[in-house]
Design a protein. Structure first.
Length: 448
């Protein structure tokens, strides 16, 4: 049965607006194979993942995507086969000689539809690698497949829109500088009314020691996260600012196009140099933290500043913060790119225990935690049904804990996904937000 093209694919004008060039249909196969050849030649990690898998099946029961959809092609090893078969056909001797008998498959009209369907139902959470006896990371295959498609001008409308906004404004939501200043002043007013203090959110302040890079959503839907960070910086008395040129910790290029990732990391570097920062503090965004921590220097050369995560920074300065314990029962969602890719595991727990009376762990947790189901940029409304299936395991984890007062979710994508998941599975009244939200709420001020 033919695979229908996904509904969320970007149209030609949307692809062009994002800065990509659509490929004529007659040239798709040639360019596709040339890009696959380029990636296999330049990425040793990809070749390891394609050549090593024995199809033991161990990853199947560890993958929330397969468990939620029960679709064979969402079984990580089977998803990787969508690339492996084509690779074998065109780039191995056995595949060229023996075809399907060697596990090889021709490029055909359905291939791109299959890739768009299944490589965009992988959250790139890397949980399969955690349990694979060979350490095979299917996310490497997924990321490469998405990059190849984007270079052909084939991508979701959601990704194309984000790429266009990033190019224009440096943030996913397309927030211009005047709106950034207005939002900062609004939050300053909110904090002044609450605390009686003049707590600032500086924008583009020169000669700043710290550049704080929040998620752009922290200026609209997640303002308590931004307020929590601002209160912390105020109490510590540090010289800090945000930049209107890179008002975005997220870096969706990591999730669909390596060149787009490089461009966003360059914005980070240039913004830090412009304000003179010696320290860059990344806000609550999972994949953005991974892109900044692992690829900033690799993408654009050495940098004269240190990059840390806001939860690392907060945990390091906990003793200096006037925190009272809130009478709340709280659990923590470990974002995939913190626990399995970014060394942010104990810091949020340390912070939460300093802010609330009762902290409870969900099972499994830390490196073995399940993804929210919205990671890797599949937050498209067109995929809401699939997103709810991918979030099933997370809902089961939360439901098993019984009554909770707060669900700590320290990642912007998870904050966008999990309210829908909780509502879908009958837990819509659960309060949730970032870890920095709790810091802001637990902070005790003496009004001046």
């Amino acid at each position: 049965m033919p695979v229908k093209p996904p509904l969320h694919i970007a149209k030609e004008q949307e692809v062009k607006a994002a800065g990509f060039k659509p490929t004529p249909e007659s040239e798709v196969k040639e360019k596709f194979l040339a890009k696959l050849d380029e990636m296999r030649s330049s990425m040793r990690s990809l070749m390891v993942m394609l050549e090593t898998c024995t199809k033991c099946g161990n990853c199947a029961q560890q993958c929330h995507s397969f468990l939620g959809t029960n679709d064979y092609n969402n079984f990580p090893a089977a998803r990787a086969e969508l690339m492996r078969r084509v690779y074998k056909k065109y780039f191995t001797t056995s595949g060229k000689l023996f075809g399907r008998f060697a596990g090889a498959e021709d490029f055909d009209d359905e291939l791109i539809s299959k890739w768009m369907t299944y490589f965009y139902q992988c959250n790139e959470c890397r949980r399969c690698a955690q349990f694979c006896p060979f350490g095979i990371d299917t996310a490497e295959v997924t990321i490469t497949a998405r990059h190849i498609m984007s270079e052909l001008g084939i991508m979701p409308k959601f990704m194309a829109g984000i790429a266009a906004n990033m190019e224009k404004t440096g943030n996913n939501m397309g927030i211009p500088r005047p709106a950034t200043i207005d939002c900062a002043e609004f939050m300053e007013d909110e904090m002044r009314e609450e605390t009686g203090l003049d707590i600032k959110i500086p924008v583009d302040k020169p000669n700043s020691d710290i550049l704080y890079i929040p998620s752009s959503a922290d200026f609209f839907s997640n303002i308590d996260t931004m307020i929590g960070a601002a209160k912390m910086f105020h109490v510590l008395g540090v010289n800090w600012t945000i930049s209107s040129k890179v008002l975005e910790a997220a870096n969706f290029g990591l999730l669909f196009d390596f060149n787009a990732m490089q461009a966003q990391n360059l914005r980070l570097k240039e913004a830090a140099l412009e304000v003179g920062a010696s320290l860059v503090v990344q806000g609550e965004c999972g994949h953005g933290w991974r892109a900044a921590k692992m690829y900033t220097e690799g993408s654009n050369g050495p940098v004269p500043f240190k990059i840390v995560h806001v939860l690392e920074y907060t945990a390091e300065h906990l003793a200096k913060l006037p925190l009272s314990k809130l009478p709340m029962r709280v659990t923590l969602h470990d974002p995939c790119n913190y626990a399995r890719a970014g060394d942010i595991i104990e810091q949020p727990r340390q912070i939460i225990r300093s802010c609330v009376e009762e902290f409870v762990e969900m099972t499994p947790n830390r490196e073995e935690n399940f993804c929210c189901g919205g990671g890797s940029g599949i937050l498209m409304d067109e995929m809401m049904e699939i997103r709810m299936q991918l979030g099933k395991k997370k809902a089961e984890q939360v439901k098993a804990l019984g009554n909770l007062d707060y669900f700590a979710v320290p990642c912007s994508i998870c904050k966008a996904q999990l309210p829908h998941v909780m509502k879908h599975y009958g837990m819509g009244s659960l309060s949730m937000g970032g870890v920095m939200d709790l810091v802001g709420k637990a902070m005790v001020f003496n009004k001046e």
